[in-house]
Design a protein around this ligand. Structure first.
Ligand SMILES: C[S@@+](CC[C@H](N)C(=O)[O-])C[C@H]1O[C@@H](n2cnc3c(N)ncnc32)[C@H](O)[C@@H]1O
Length: 258
């Protein structure tokens, strides 16, 4: 493992520096930001439906960033272990958890995803949002399989790479992300799934990405949310009856079981 970590050092430095700087700067209040406008509400609802009741479960928030998901898991009664490679992000998490009164339910740490400092079979659930596409998937697949209890599950929300319009948007907006991250292909998801007994994924946001374009163009949350009602309804129908379209979605919920 030390040799593998050495090979990843440059990549880790890039990720650490980018996210430390982001966490140290003021929070983004741009009104064209579709995250704060509610653009990911439906995928977040689907994720929680797949998650079920986490009361009393031992949960690992994998690549927690500033930890908004850690706080949500703690508020829902889980014992949450959270880590990230960015110490500034973890510092913000500790600050927010203290203010929210859930600091006693969380166990934050700074570490790399490819070499976890947790014992074997420690967790009922490993959960991650926008993290697998930042890391070495093969190392991380083996590590997650190691720290999950037998029968334990891991769920992730990750961006997909097959939609050319989204790829064009990413190409036009490089400052939004690290040079080392890459949205995932369906083939990478399948490869990652080989570390586990069961694996599946579900695509989310196909036409509804156009609503995000509308928000970006107009800055109007009202137009965005109204158009989302239409595009999300069409998406539900399209993805149900034409499942091959899932690979062209913006993101996927990936679920594996040990
Ligand atoms: C897009 S952010 C997502 C953070 C968080 N899950 C969220 O939803 O806000 C990606 C995170 O991955 C972390 N990261 C990148 N490479 C990592 C690695 N090898 N090990 C641990 N964390 C890493 C970054 O520091 C960053 O916080």
């Amino acid at each position: 493992m030390p040799q593998q970590l050495e090979a990843l050092r440059e990549r880790h430095d890039v990720e650490r520096q980018f996210h430390d700087e982001k966490a140290a700067s003021a929070h983004n209040s741009d009104q064209r930001n579709f995250y704060s406008a509610g653009g990911v509400d439906s995928i977040w609802r689907a994720y929680w439906a797949a998650l079920g009741d986490i009361q009393g479960k031992s949960v690992l928030d994998f690549g927690c960033g500033e930890g908004w998901s850690t706080l949500a898991y703690a508020r829902n009664g889980a014992a949450v272990y959270s880590f990230d490679i960015s110490s500034e992000s973890v510092r913000n998490l500790i600050h927010d958890a203290t203010r929210a009164g859930v600091a006693s339910c969380i166990h934050p740490a700074v570490m790399a995803a490819e070499a976890l400092g947790y014992p074997d079979e420690a967790f009922d659930l490993v959960l991650g949002v926008s993290i697998l596409h930042h890391v070495d998937l093969d190392c991380v697949g083996a590590e997650i399989a190691r720290v999950l209890k037998p029968g334990g599950r891991a769920l992730f929300i990750e961006p997909l790479s097959h939609n050319w319009l989204l790829q064009l948007f990413r190409w036009l907006t490089p400052a939004r992300r690290t040079p080392t991250e890459q949205p995932m292909s369906v083939e990478q998801i399948q490869q990652f799934g080989k570390h586990f007994g069961e694996a599946r994924f579900q695509g989310h946001a196909l036409l509804s990405t156009f609503s995000q374009g509308l928000l970006w163009a107009t800055g109007s949350k009202w137009i965005f949310l109204k158009s989302l009602l239409v595009t999300e309804a069409i998406d539900q129908w399209l993805l149900r009856f034409l499942p091959f379209l899932q690979r062209y979605c913006w993101s996927a919920i990936i679920e594996v079981r040990k």
